[in-house]
Design a protein around this ligand. Structure first.
Ligand code: 1HN
Length: 355
């Protein structure tokens, strides 16, 4: 990026020489000429610095295990290896707006209670019989479950099994920090108190009914564990009678049952089934999207790069890169993106097909 990369094309560069003294004096007053930067600020197409990337679980897992030898959950607060976008190194970003990490918790360990403005999602990759306690209610987590920690709710995690538990942490703190709106508290104690029995929320809102007088102030879905068992069954039933989408296959978006909008206010989440042999029509959108393969095997073309992905792998499709899928087996993929945040701000754009 040179100093004149954003200069308006009609500006006479020779004449600029004579204006330098003015620019220097203006800088003393914290003033700068827009015409030298305008087209860098307002680009004709998305200026994408993130790169497509594939994180093979086979390659990443040994690092998670090694981290367990090196640090405990008490010392680390959260034992998470950050998935950095190779185009955005050192920034804890998988896309400009989204965080992605892999958290590992061993039998008997507790990730201590805290809360923050950033919303978080967990997507379970490996293990069983670990819980997340969120706003006073515990949920047990299984592979493929999508679990939500709403903004500013107390949460702690524990592993009651005899093996490691690994999940993806997806957070929106880069959006929060863009607005300088971050707050965080630690709970005085490893866990926070129980307020509701396990399954209480599902009884309240999980059956397409709500109790008389029920109130829910947050914009985040009250359902905080969308179980894989139910999601997978929905996809299977859907695939029996509906046409698949040419770009997305059989795709279901997670919603807040109280509003019909996305389950989280800033992060869109979805699960898709790509039947064996399915070859998608290319698709691009301004929503940078993180994928996790739950089942199957596929070839994913992102821009001019091709990745072979299998169960548990993670890959990222940055804004405006065309993506195309070839399913070698029945393949199920979870995804999260900043689509809903962009849509609420009237930014979101998408294109289907090859143009
Ligand atoms: C966090 O609070 C968790 O609660 C996981 O498990 C990952 C990454 C950045 C900031 C906060 C958790 C996180 C995080």
């Amino acid at each position: 990026m040179s100093e004149t990369d954003g200069i308006v094309e009609t500006v006479n560069l020779a004449a600029e020489e004579g204006r330098m003294g003015f620019y220097d004096r203006a800088r003393e007053e914290n003033l700068a000429p827009l015409w030298r930067v305008l087209h860098g600020l307002v680009t004709a197409e998305p200026k994408v610095t993130a790169l497509p990337a594939h994180y093979s679980y086979d390659k990443v897992r040994p690092y998670l295990m090694e981290a367990c030898d090196l640090i405990g959950t008490e010392e680390a607060e959260r034992r998470v290896m950050v998935l950095e976008n190779p185009g955005l190194p050192g920034q804890s970003r998988i896309t400009p707006s989204l965080f992605c990490g892999l958290q590992i918790i061993l039998p008997g360990e507790i990730a201590p209670a805290h809360r923050h403005v950033a919303s978080a999602l967990r997507f379970i990759v490996e293990g069983r019989d670990a819980y997340s306690a969120i706003a006073g209610e515990k949920t047990m987590m299984e592979v493929g479950d999508f679990v939500i920690t709403p903004s500013m709710t107390w949460h702690d995690h524990g592993n009651e099994s005899d093996g490691p538990m690994v999940w993806i942490d997806g957070l929106d703190m880069h959006m929060v920090n863009l607005f300088s709106a971050s707050f965080r508290d630690s709970y005085p104690g490893a866990t926070h108190p129980t307020l509701k029995p396990q399954g209480g929320t599902m009884a309240e809102v999980g059956y397409n009914m709500i109790p008389e007088g029920y109130e829910h102030a947050s914009q985040t879905s009250p359902i905080f564990n969308y179980s894989y068992r139910r999601t997978r069954e929905a996809l299977d039933q859907l695939a029996r009678f509906r046409e698949h989408d040419a770009c997305h296959g059989f795709r279901m978006n997670y919603i807040n049952p109280l509003t019909g909008s996305s389950a989280m206010p800033t992060i869109s989440t979805a699960m898709r089934l790509l039947p064996k042999g399915f070859s998608s029509v290319p698709y691009r959108s301004t929503a940078g999207t993180v994928f996790n393969v739950v089942e199957g095997k596929a070839t994913v073309r992102i821009g001019d790069q091709t990745f072979s992905v299998v169960a548990k792998d993670i890959f990222v499709v940055p804004s405006w890169f065309p993506v195309q899928f070839e399913a070698e087996e029945d393949t199920v993929m979870f995804s999260y993106s900043d689509q809903i945040a962009q849509a609420k701000l009237d930014y979101f754009r998408e294109k289907r097909g090859n143009d």
